[in-house]
Design a protein. Structure first.
Lengths: 534, 333
């Protein structure tokens, strides 16, 4: 193929400016520009450059909380960034524009080339150039055998090497003689086309999966269950074409969650393994079965997959109000903030009397005192679990109609209980302890510790499409890069009663060694000196 | 047992660093000895340099005869230079074996594949580079890359030993995956080949410049080691072959990474910084392969694109590991 593609894809050689501006010609000129190799190259560069900001600036889809922090830190830049899609680069207009152009360029490139290839693949190997000895890979000798014998030998040899062979009888002119033409390496161009088409297939496959699938996540406390309905998800992103009524009605219970951490030495605190034991009911009314859910070992339920992607602590907390009535009770999910599982959480008690109560603060699985007596967690395992909560009273703001996060406290109308020095007073609780709120407002009890798991639940219909595409792309690429199309000619002619044999070869891409090939063909066809003497 | 293996591993990595340093010095001597040697006469000269006429074209070879010789080789110098070259290569092979032992014992000490942190990445990566180099010397006779390759190995291993070193520690559960093993090992081999390809591209650019300069001044002497390497054209071809080997492998590595990500995190592709840069590297090398087939972009421009691709690859290993966050941050120091 070599330099052929530039012509095949119709790159206008020196037409950097549009010729006449008649609409049709202008369109044709534009199309030729778009589908030229040079444009493809420039678009590839642009794609690479356009990808960079998304790795440097936090992305909504990757880490929403990092975006939040970034916006707080850069209030001046953020509105601009928001407008030009810097927080969602890979779905932004400009990123999409580049890859759509590349898409079109690719189509415009593939279609004509596939057409040419189909025509060429049925063509016979071409006739020999007039003067074979001009080719750099060339050899010639005289033989005692007849022309017909030599032609037959050459044909058999080239056939046996799985080349496509054609015999031409050129009966007149200075290049008269019988020519055995052979060609090999058609798969190179086929591989190249397969590769480019497969790139399209991969992209289309991902788009399809995104359109018809969904992605959601849920935090489930060990001992509790999950059933596959919208309300049970913490977040749920359906594809544009996903029908939320079609959620499959499975459910499961997280029976236990186990985790073990390395205790000491280098890498102390690294989790050695974690797994969740599930009892899964794939359909209502079917018998549940056990499943050991681990990282790298998702649960498959029909098309839906359930992944274990995180875990944390859920301290079991009871809050009583001034009258001793239980107003909040049970395990509360605290979100881990660091590798040692210092975790943040809130408790809301809207029914507390005389006013609503809220608690906010940290949980330390292995509490230790840092400099300035600030507590921190020294180890992710629960060796010394301590809660440090600040209590608030007032209005939790739950009646405003705006949905509130479970994990934050709206403090607009809340007042903290303060210590003697006037600062918000943290309540410190060990497991099993109860502390009194100031002014007899109630009590808080840290009953015990539970764990929770973060599950990612996806439906990815058609996810084999991109996989098949990538495999095809790699196979095509291998053909495209390692197969070297080569033409071989053997011309046999009678010259004053002697049979003259010429061999020449031409590679259609650089990098091969046609000279060696000619040597090998010559060695196979040429009578050895010994044979000659006999 | 872990202690013994860890100890063995450290000693092997130190020793390999020293052996590669000696190999580098041998290659320096090889270059120094070649200071007075003239251009190799039998190799292909690029067409542009061939003045028509007196240098005949040998039709069976398609090769161009000897360029004018400005002086005669000192046979002793030639022999000495070559001897040092061979010593350098021999030491490189020895260093490879010792480094392989170091990487293997590191894995045995940790009961896992040895690429859990930057130190392990660096030593495994150096092993990949030296394996790729030795294979290519056998296949394509690229011993002229010896100085650049050993220089690279010494630099990276030195950095690994002095700065990046970490004692053995376990991997987080997400990293226990066969797909990950395939992913990282193919990425390491592809990276080794990219490294050799980048070094070859650098040498191509240097050699090309020399040739272009010399073409304008036929009276200048063509002496020194660089004139004894293959022609720019031939180096370019070899660089292409190395890249052509690396690129499908890199594609495969990225695919395995995506499959692993699917198992571990429930998505094939999430534009995590490490994924972004793997993609950028992929696109850059695709651009390199394109450039070689695009009029006006062959040769020098394509070589620069290849180097750009290598820069993105390095940035992924070094930059993202050091500053990056995201799911792949296990790879941090
Ligand atoms: C999604 C974007 C694209 C990617 C990732 C891509 C990738 C590649 C790769 C890796 C190769 C090397 C294989 C080889 O050398 O045989 C290649 C070759 C080629 N590509 Fe693309 N390509 C893309 C778009 C295009 C477009 C839009 C065109 C049309 C102008 C095009 C035309 C070609 C041609 C003609 C070759 C063969 C070059 C040769 O003979 O060496 N590609 N492409």
């Amino acid at each position: 193929m070599g330099r052929v593609p530039d012509e095949a894809s119709g790159a206008a050689p020196r037409a950097a400016t549009p010729p006449a501006l008649r609409p049709r010609e202008f369109l044709r000129w534009g199309w030729r520009q778009l589908t030229s190799m040079r444009t493809a190259l420039i678009l590839l560069f642009l794609l690479a450059i356009a990808s960079i900001p998304g790795s440097l600036i936090p992305q909504k889809r990757v880490d929403p909380s990092a975006v939040f922090l970034f916006k707080q830190r850069h209030p001046d830049l953020s509105p601009l960034f928001d407008r030009i899609g810097m927080f969602d680069v890979y779905s932004s207009v400009w990123f999409s524009a580049i890859y759509l152009l590349l898409f079109i360029s690719l189509l415009g490139c593939i279609i004509p080339r596939s057409w040419l290839y189909l025509k060429a693949s049925r063509a016979r190997p071409p006739k020999a150039p007039r003067n074979l000895s001009r080719l750099s890979a060339y050899d010639a000798w005289e033989s005692d055998a007849s022309v017909a014998e030599e032609v037959e030998r050459a044909r058999a040899l080239l056939r046996s090497e799985r080349r496509r062979v054609e015999v031409y009888d050129v009966s007149h002119g200075e290049a008269a003689g019988i020519v055995v033409s052979a060609e090999k390496g058609y798969l190179r161009e086929a591989g190249n086309l397969v590769f480019h088409i497969a790139v399209l297939v991969v992209l289309i496959g991902f788009a399809f999966t995104g359109l018809f699938g969904f992605k959601g996540s849920a935090a489930v406390i060990a001992g509790q269950g999950f059933s596959n309905t919208l309300t049970q998800y913490d977040d749920f992103t359906p594809g544009a074409r996903f029908n939320t009524d079609s959620l499959s009605p499975f459910q499961f219970t997280v029976q236990r969650f186990n985790v073990a951490y390395k205790r000491s030495g280098e890498g102390a605190g690294i989790p050695l393994h974690f797994d969740a034991h599930l009892a899964v009911t794939p359909q209502p009314g079917t018998a549940p079965y056990d499943y050991d859910l681990r990282v790298n070992h998702p649960l498959q339920l029909g098309g839906v997959s359930v992944f274990l992607v995180g875990h944390g602590y859920a301290p079991d907390i009871t809050v009583r109000d001034a009258k001793g009535v239980i107003v909040a009770d049970g395990p509360v999910i605290f979100l881990p903030q660091d590798g040692s599982f210092t975790s943040f959480g809130v408790v809301k008690a809207p029914d507390a009397q005389p006013s609503q109560l809220g608690l906010e603060g940290y949980f330390f699985p292995t509490a230790a005192l840092g400099p300035g007596a600030a507590p921190y967690s020294a180890f992710p395992g629960p060796l010394n679990p301590v809660l440090s909560l600040v209590a608030y009273h007032g209005d939790l703001g739950l009646d405003t109609g705006v949905p509130q996060s479970l994990y934050t406290l709206d403090k607009a109308k809340l007042t903290p209980y303060r210590s003697g020095s006037g600062r918000p007073m943290p309540l410190l609780l060990r497991k099993g302890q109860t502390v009194d709120l100031p002014d007899g407002a109630g009590t808080v009890t840290f009953n015990g510790l539970r764990t929770w798991v973060k599950l990612q639940i996806n439906d990815q219909p058609g996810k084999v499409i991109p996989l098949v595409g990538v495999v095809a792309a790699i196979l095509g690429l291998l053909c495209s890069l390692f197969i070297r199309p080569r033409r071989t000619w053997v011309r046999v002619r009678d010259e004053d009663g002697r049979t003259v044999v010429e061999v020449a070869a031409l590679d259609r891409v650089s990098g091969g060694d046609p000279g060696r090939h000619v040597e090998q063909v010559a060695a196979a066809l040429r009578p050895t000196d010994q044979e000659k003497r006999q | 047992m872990t202690e013994t293996y860890a100890h063995l591993s450290n000693n092997a990595v130190y020793s390999a660093t020293i052996i590669f340093t000696l190999a580098m010095l041998a290659h320096v001597a090889e270059w120094a000895m070649a200071h007075q040697l003239v251009a190799v006469p039998t190799r292909t000269e690029p067409r542009a340099l061939v003045a028509a006429g007196d240098r005949g074209v040998d039709p069976t070879q398609g090769r161009v005869g000897a360029p004018p010789v400005h002086g005669v080789d000192d046979v002793d110098d030639l022999e000495r230079s070559d001897r040092y070259g061979r010593i350098g290569f021999g030491l490189t092979c020895l260093g490879l074996v010792v480094l392989a032992a170091g990487v293997l014992t590191r894995g045995l000490a940790a009961h896992r594949v040895p690429w859990g942190n930057m130190y392990e990445f660096a030593i495994t990566g150096c092993l990949a580079v030296s394996v790729a180099y030795v294979i290519l010397v056998r296949g394509y006779a690229i011993r002229w890359l010896g100085l650049l390759v050993t220089g690279f190995l010494v630099m990276v291993l030195g950095l690994a030993v002095l700065v990046l070193y970490r004692p053995v520690s376990p991997l987080v559960p997400a990293l226990h995956s066969y797909w990950l093993m395939i992913h990282v090992s193919s990425a390491a081999v592809a990276g080794g080949a990219y490294t050799v390809g980048a070094l070859a591209s650098v040498l191509y650019l240097v050699r090309r410049r020399m040739e272009v300069k010399a073409a304008g001044h036929p009276e200048l002497p063509r002496t020194g080691f660089l004139w004894r390497t293959p022609t720019a054209e031939a180096i370019d071809r070899i660089a292409y072959r190395v890249h052509a080997f690396a690129f499908p492998l890199w594609t495969f590595a990225v695919m395995c990474g995506a499959i692993w990500a699917q198992y571990a995190w429930g998505r094939f592709w999430g534009w995590d910084p490490k994924e972004v840069w793997a993609f950028i590297t992929w696109v850059a090398y695709a651009a390199y392969l394109h450039a070689r087939a695009t009029a006006g972009w062959q040769g020098r421009a394509a070589a620069y694109v290849a180097l750009l691709g290598y820069a993105t690859f390095l940035f992924n290993f070094v930059g993202i590991n050091l500053f990056g966050s995201g799911l792949h941050s296990y790879a941090g120091m």
